[in-house]
Design a protein around this ligand. Structure first.
Ligand SMILES: *Cc1c(COP(=O)(O)O)cnc(C)c1O
Length: 380
């Protein structure tokens, strides 16, 4: 693993690669040996750092990788990923040569793109494996099923493209109500039949994200696309208890200053917090520029010496202030856990997400580039 830049600031993210590999092994157990796993590592592995996450997943048996952008696919190749890489977000004009050069497989949902890829493929003398993206009800990317005859006829005439897979995405997989998901699955199966009747033989059929992996059977698919469950952030009523997943990210800092403050004094911008008693206030070098959401103003809690401590007042760009009056002995250099466990207490991404009205995915992705990711595993 390449060395990290010098850690001149104690604020950091630790990525537990053992927990990551455990989570992958649970997906493997769930889907069986016959089904391939495409590990979704878009957005820098959901903010966990693809540089460390993707190689660990590859070594632990992930069969393929999924990214959103061509640029993210290039990054994976730089990090030593040799397995197939699917660009789930497709290709934009001008990216075709890069796609070919780095052997990336696009999701395909536009016929002009298909024609440009075909042209690029002929120039390079190499076919491009594509995953035909169908909108079965997500209402985002993909051809609507009724366009299939035209789409398949066009693809027939583009020999530079190889139809490697058929892909769709579920809109409601993480909700208990299953009937719409069942309808999406049915539409997908009808599409696959049409594709086959048109003479194509796609090797991979894939539909399931994490929530679907853990709530449905695979409906004839032979590739699954877990993202959030690999990072231990799958939430929702059926999953939290039943899915064996361990949190992968710990977000840590240190106390930089501790001050005795008399009662009745305002703390941080706008004096949203006023001490109700003689207090001890700790300054911690993390702020919204690091991804510690400003919406945690007056709501966030951190762990110091195994105890919960509330954020006092406004979250700043580079700092938070924490009321540690009730925790004996807090001193400069004490570890501060923003996300993760300390002793018997823990702060989960779900707790944080609920407080600011978002989902675990966004909590992870928002941890900014300024925070170094440190990859740890017991094997080192
Ligand atoms: C992000 C993404 C996934 C992974 O979804 P999770 O909910 O994180 O498991 C799967 N498929 C597609 C097309 C995606 O964009």
């Amino acid at each position: 693993m390449p060395l990290d830049p010098p850690l001149t600031r104690p604020t950091r993210v630790e990525i537990d690669l053992d927990a990551l590999c455990f989570n992958l092994s649970q997906v493997r157990q769930r889907v069986g040996a016959e089904c391939e796993i495409l590990a979704v590592v878009k957005a820098d592995a959901y903010g966990h750092g693809a540089r460390g996450v993707a190689p660990a997943l590859q070594a632990a048996g992930a069969d393929q990788f999924g990214v959103a952008l061509v640029g993210e696919g290039l990054d994976l190749r730089r990090y030593g990923i040799t397995r197939p890489v699917v660009v789930l977000g497709g290709v934009f004009p001008g990216e075709e040569p890069l796609l070919l050069e780095h052997d990336l497989q696009p999701a395909l949902y536009d016929l002009d793109v298909a024609r440009r890829l075909d042209a690029a493929s002929r120039e390079a003398g190499r076919r491009i494996p594509c995953h035909l993206k169908i909108d079965t009800g997500m209402g985002r990317l993909g051809f609507r099923p009724e366009r299939l005859p035209e789409v398949l006829a066009t693809l027939k005439a583009l020999p530079g493209l190889e139809l490697r897979g058929v892909i769709s995405h579920l809109a409601l997989a993480d909700e208990p109500e299953k009937s719409f998901t069942a309808a999406q699955v049915e539409r997908f199966q009808a599409v696959v039949n049409q594709v086959r009747e048109a003479g194509f033989a796609p090797r991979y059929l894939h539909l399931a994200n994490s929530a679907a992996i853990y709530s449905r059977d695979l409906c004839g698919c032979n590739l699954v696309r877990p993202g959030i469950s690999l990072y231990g952030g799958l939430t929702g009523s059926p999953f939290e208890q039943d899915v064996p997943q361990r949190p992968v990210m710990r977000f840590l800092s240190q106390v930089a200053q501790v001050k005795e403050v008399p009662a009745g004094e305002g703390v941080s911008y706008a004096h949203r917090f006023v001490t109700a008693r003689p207090s001890r206030i700790a300054a911690v070098p993390v702020g919204y520029a690091d991804g510690y959401s400003r919406l945690l103003t007056g709501k966030g809690e951190v762990l110091i010496r195994g105890c919960r401590a509330p954020v006092a007042g406004t979250v700043c760009m580079d700092w938070i202030l924490v009321d540690v009056t009730h925790i004996p002995g807090v001193t400069v250099g004490d570890r501060v856990t923003l996300l993760g466990s300390d002793g018997t207490e823990s702060i989960t991404a779900k707790e944080w997400a609920d407080k600011v009205g978002t989902i675990t995915y966004e909590v992870f992705c928002n941890i900014s580039k300024r925070v170094p990711r440190i990859f740890v595993s017991g094997k080192e």
